[in-house]
Each structure stands twice: as C-alpha cells, then as structure tokens.
Design a protein around this ligand. Structure first.
Ligand SMILES: C[S@@+](CC[C@H](N)C(=O)[O-])C[C@H]1O[C@@H](n2cnc3c(N)ncnc32)[C@H](O)[C@@H]1O
Length: 222
C-alpha cells in the first residue's frame, strides 16, 4: 500500500539489481563515513538492549548492534534488501513501512534509522515510535543533509561525478542521478524535530556530521 511519494522513490532506488552491491557502494560513496555515522547511532543507544531498526536494509547497522550484544529487530520496505540481510544476520525481520509498524505498544527500548527520514511521512513514523517505545526509550534518526556554505560547491561537484559514474555502474544509475535532488528537497531534520516535539518527546537533540552532509536527530520518550 503506497501512502507517500517517498515509497515510489524507494522502489525506484532500491532494487534486486543493486541489493548485493549496496554495502560496498555505500562504503565507497561515503568515503567510509557511513560506518563512522553508524557508530554515533550506536553510541546514542549504548544502554538499551531491545532495538528496532527502521529501514534496516541489508543489515549493516543491525549487524553492528548485534555484534555488541543487542537484541535487534528489523523492518524494511524492500524485500530484496531483507534477503541480503538474512544471509548475514539471524534476527526477526519484517517487510513493511515504518509508518505502520506491526509491533505491540511499548515493545522496544530504542528505535534507530539511517537514511529513512527523507523517504517518509515523518510525523507518522514518530507517532509509531511513540507507541512502540517503552517509557524512557530512545529514538534516533540519521540521514543525509544538504550542506550550506563553501562545502556546497564540493558537494555539487561530487554529485556530478557520481552522475557520471552512474553511466558505468548501471544498477546505481538512478540513485547516483537523483539522490542529490532528493536530499536537496528534503526538510527531514526540521520535520523530525517538530514531530518529536508534537508528540511530547523529551531531550530532542540534533547533531550535524562531516561538514553538514549528514545529521542525527535523537529524543527520549519520558
Ligand atoms: C539507503 S537504504 C538504507 C539502509 C540501511 N538503513 C543502511 O543504513 O544501510 C534506504 C532503505 O530505506 C528503506 N525504506 C524506504 N522507505 C521505507 C519505509 N517507508 N519503511 C521502511 N523502509 C523504508 C529502503 O527499502 C532501503 O532499504
């Protein structure tokens, strides 16, 4: 059931053709920064044990959390990405949207997501986080952001090169060609902060990383 334009974008971007190369492409395309950003997410949920990863994809973050002894559950819209996850991690997973979660109220100590916020109706996701989190639980959203200032010139050149690379790396042609536009049009940071405050989350916090090219928004359910 499609409920948001981001779902159509997701289906164009994440396919059977690119599920196996995703981990490598992400590492190369972010110059290794993805792993550093994921460490920040892990740091934010240090004292939590039962964690739901929204948009778990191929399971990079879920695997890192499981290696640290966390009990991880994953949900993602893309079936082929979940198949890739299943090959590396034994964890309960579900195919579905983060806007309507198939979990009971107050089931998790923490909910994390990386590269989801720009594709969803953030208010719906935050409402679901409130419902599914236990009191005292933490929610963390991480995604790319559109940088300001001098770095923007470098960012634009980088995406021109990526667009060029897409001519040769066919499974990634659509992503390499359109991701900059999706990031540019997304106001996920402000929307997420507003949604968290609407739902009475506390300790709403936002941190920017790598010259403003990504950000993490976190909060706690009282
Ligand atoms: C760039 S990948 C990120 C995967 C993983 N979080 C990571 O950090 O590597 C984006 C993922 O978001 C998933 N996704 C997009 N919209 C979604 C939604 N509404 N509900 C659940 N997953 C979604 C896609 O299927 C895709 O696997």
């Amino acid at each position: 059931m499609l409920v948001h334009e981001g779902h159509a974008q997701t289906m164009r971007f994440f396919t059977r053709a690119n599920s196996d190369s995703y981990d490598l492409i992400l590492r190369l395309a972010t110059f290794g920064q993805d792993i550093a950003w994921k460490h920040e997410i892990i740091r934010a949920v240090t004292n939590r044990s039962q964690i739901l990863e929204l948009a778990c994809g191929t399971g990079i973050l879920s695997s890192m959390l499981a290696e640290r002894g966390k009990s991880v559950t994953g949900i993602d819209l893309t079936f082929e990405y979940l198949l890739t996850l299943k090959r590396k991690l034994k964890a309960p997973i579900a195919q579905g949207t983060a806007e309507v979660l198939p979990y009971r109220d107050e089931s998790f100590d923490a909910m994390v997501s990386s590269y989801l916020a720009k594709y969803v109706d953030v208010q719906k996701v935050v409402d679901e986080c409130w419902r599914v989190l236990r009191p005292g639980g933490i929610v963390v959203f991480h995604d790319f952001t559109y940088p300001r200032g001098l770095i923007l010139n470098l960012w634009n050149v980088y995406f021109e090169l990526l667009r060029l690379a897409g001519r040769f790396v066919i499974p990634w042609k659509v992503v390499f060609g359109q991701l900059d536009d999706v990031i540019k049009k997304s106001d996920w940071v402000n929307q997420t902060i507003s949604a968290l405050k609407n739902d009475k989350f506390q300790n709403v916090n936002c941190r920017c990383y790598t010259a403003g090219t990504s950000a993490m928004v976190s909060a706690q359910k009282p």
